[in-house]
Design a protein around this ligand. Structure first.
Ligand SMILES: Cc1cc2nc3c(=O)[nH]c(=O)nc-3n(C[C@H](O)[C@H](O)[C@H](O)COP(=O)(O)O)c2cc1C
Length: 163
């Protein structure tokens, strides 16, 4: 997921036109998306570990999402209806690391735009069995206020419970 190209005009033109009409530039722009979609659809279960940047996903994660949310492959437009195309029964777990704490019911929960976004976009393409694990207060770890083993213990328990 490192240094993915962002979708551009060639990508969009290719994604919304039949393959037999693609220009070489459109085919080239879609190649990485084709590979990422194939990889994504080959997985029964997705586990996405990601930091929070400015209350949402980092740009690299957003670039990956833009490549895998693909018309005709992971969603379709029929008349005016939008429908997810990921086969039923898939599951996703999101592990969101953040410097601060965004636990439900806490004073900063309303700033977490990342967990609802990840769940919404996965729901959109057909994955409704989603789980979020908030690895908040990661700043305490980098500042040496908590030991790694103590920081990870409750998170590992949550990961095991979500498996
Ligand atoms: C550009 C940037 C933006 C960040 N935005 C947030 C934020 O909105 N909320 C937060 O709690 N932490 C924020 N952080 C802290 C990271 O979420 C935290 O360092 C990360 O989750 C821990 O993973 P790491 O060890 O890969 O840095 C930000 C960090 C960076 C570098």
């Amino acid at each position: 997921m490192t240094n993915l190209p962002f979708v551009d005009v060639q990508w969009i033109g290719g994604a919304y036109s039949p393959p037999e009409e693609h220009t070489p530039e459109q085919s080239a722009a879609l190649r990485i998306s084709d590979d990422l979609v194939a990889e994504f659809l080959s997985a029964d279960e997705i586990v996405l570990g990601t930091p929070m940047y400015n209350f949402n996903v980092p740009a690299n994660v957003k670039a990956w999402i833009d490549h895998i949310v693909r018309v005709g492959k992971t969603f379709e437009i029929k008349d005016t209806e939008l429908k997810g195309l990921v086969p039923a029964g898939r599951k996703a777990t999101f592990i969101v690391a953040s410097g601060s704490n965004f636990k439900a019911g806490g004073p900063r929960a309303h700033h977490d735009h990342e967990s609802p976004y990840l769940q919404a976009i996965f729901n959109f393409i057909g994955i409704t069995d989603t789980n979020v694990i908030l690895a908040g207060d990661a700043k305490d770890l980098s500042q040496g206020k908590v030991k790694e083993v103590d920081f990870l213990k409750p998170l590992i328990e949550e990961v095991i419970a979500a498996a």
